[in-house]
Design a protein around this ligand. Structure first.
Ligand SMILES: [Zn+2]
Length: 389
């Protein structure tokens, strides 16, 4: 008797009088569902839309509220069940309903046969008579090679990485080279060699993530300055992009992991004029010819003199707006002439060579360029955000 016919009869009409009979009957339903799913896979479809339709048809055949085969099971087997069999019928019907929920997502499933294996064969392990019958049907069916492939969405380059590459490009064209170094760094390279004394507040546990007393997650990309000086000596023209870590709670403008890029130029006769000229050129290349730069005195342990660089506001052109807090300027990076002690720590003679360095936050630049007001968006892997770039 075909399953369509069986579900339209009551248990007494089918001659089912005990629990074993109920079990066998539900096993028949499982087998029928599985067979139809497997047949669908083997049959294949000429297009995505045809496959979606076939999956939907199968789903409706079994699960449609009106005239779906399971609605007949409910009507004829469960509701009209003899009293003594009702608990068994109820139990089997419930688990069947749960399993057949897989049909709901069949249209989305990549390989229908895998679904059939996990949900149908797995469940029957307690029901020995049924599982032996089902297992030979839920064997792995080789996919139909003529089925249309599943389109894999094409990703794009992360906005922070796009920004990084854009900055790199400008300096590569100026003859700089890209250098990198370890993110787990010794306190020597991260602090001591950069003239940051033991007592400096940035070395505090509150600001730095320590692995042990001599090892940190680097708080800036500057340790690579020393490593590169040791490795190549002078002259040296490098940029150092990479991840840095600080003991910051995540909020709209802070992240415990962020991206920095810094530049270092060491040569004979390098002056502050070279630094200003290079950074002014860089800002114009990145944000447009109309951008002006402003240098103001500042302090960093590893440069002397040190400066903060501001650019004329890219949003209002210097007129004053909300972003630049009506000042017309946005502070974007720190810079300075490399401290003689730092050169010496890198094995370079400060009597013969001088150098300049700058450092900036790539995330902040990307936020500025793309007008993003929350740094967390970069790290949440939300496709709705990322696909805009
Ligand atoms: Zn402005």
């Amino acid at each position: 008797m075909a399953i369509d016919e069986k579900v339209r009869k009551t248990l007494p009409e089918l001659g089912v009088t005990d629990a074993a009979g109920v079990e066998a009957l539900f096993a028949d339903v499982r087998i029928a569902i599985t067979e139809e799913r497997v047949a669908l896979v083997s049959r294949g479809a000429a297009s995505e839309s045809e496959r979606d339709k076939l999956c939907k048809d199968l789903r409706d055949r079994w699960l449609a509220r009106k005239n779906g085969l399971l609605s007949f099971v409910d009507e004829n087997w469960l509701k009209k069940s003899p009293k003594e069999l009702k608990p068994f019928v109820g139990r089997y019907f419930n688990s069947l309903r749960q399993e057949s929920a897989a049909l709901e997502i069949a249209a989305l499933a990549k390989d229908v046969s895998v679904q059939a294996q996990t949900s149908f064969a797995g469940e029957t392990s307690a029901e020995h008579s049924a599982s032996t019958t089902v297992s030979h049907i839920t064997r792995k069916v080789p996919g139909d090679l003529t089925l249309p492939g599943n389109r894999q969405p094409l990703g794009s380059i992360h906005p922070v990485m796009q920004m990084q590459r854009e900055i790199e490009e400008i300096f590569l064209n100026l003859g700089f080279r890209i250098e990198s170094g370890p993110e787990i760094e010794s306190t020597y390279y991260n602090f001591d060699a950069l003239n940051i004394p033991e007592s400096h507040p940035s070395r505090d546990d509150w600001d730095t993530l320590y692995i042990d007393s001599k090892t940190v997650l680097r708080t800036h990309t500057s340790p690579v300055q020393i490593r590169s000086m040791e490795k190549y000596g002078a002259p040296l023209h490098i940029i150092i992009p990479g991840k840095c870590y600080r003991h910051d709670s995540p909020d709209a403008s802070h992240s415990p992991m962020f991206h920095q890029i810094e530049g270092l130029a060491i040569d004979s006769d390098i002056t502050f004029a070279d630094l200003k000229g290079t950074l002014d050129f860089f800002a114009k290349k990145l944000f447009g010819e109309k951008i002006r730069t402003r240098f103001q005195p500042s302090f960093f342990p590893f440069t002397e003199p040190s400066g903060e660089v501001s650019i004329s506001c890219i949003f209002c052109g210097g007129e004053g707006c909300r972003v630049c807090k009506e000042s017309g300027w946005i502070e974007v990076m720190g810079c300075g002439i490399v401290h003689p002690k730092v050169l010496r720590n890198g094995g370079i003679d400060p009597e013969k060579y001088t150098g300049w360095a700058f450092g900036l936050g790539i995330d902040r630049f990307a936020m500025m360029k793309y007008d993003i007001n929350d740094i967390q968006l970069f790290f949440q892997s939300d496709v709705r955000f990322l696909r805009q770039f």
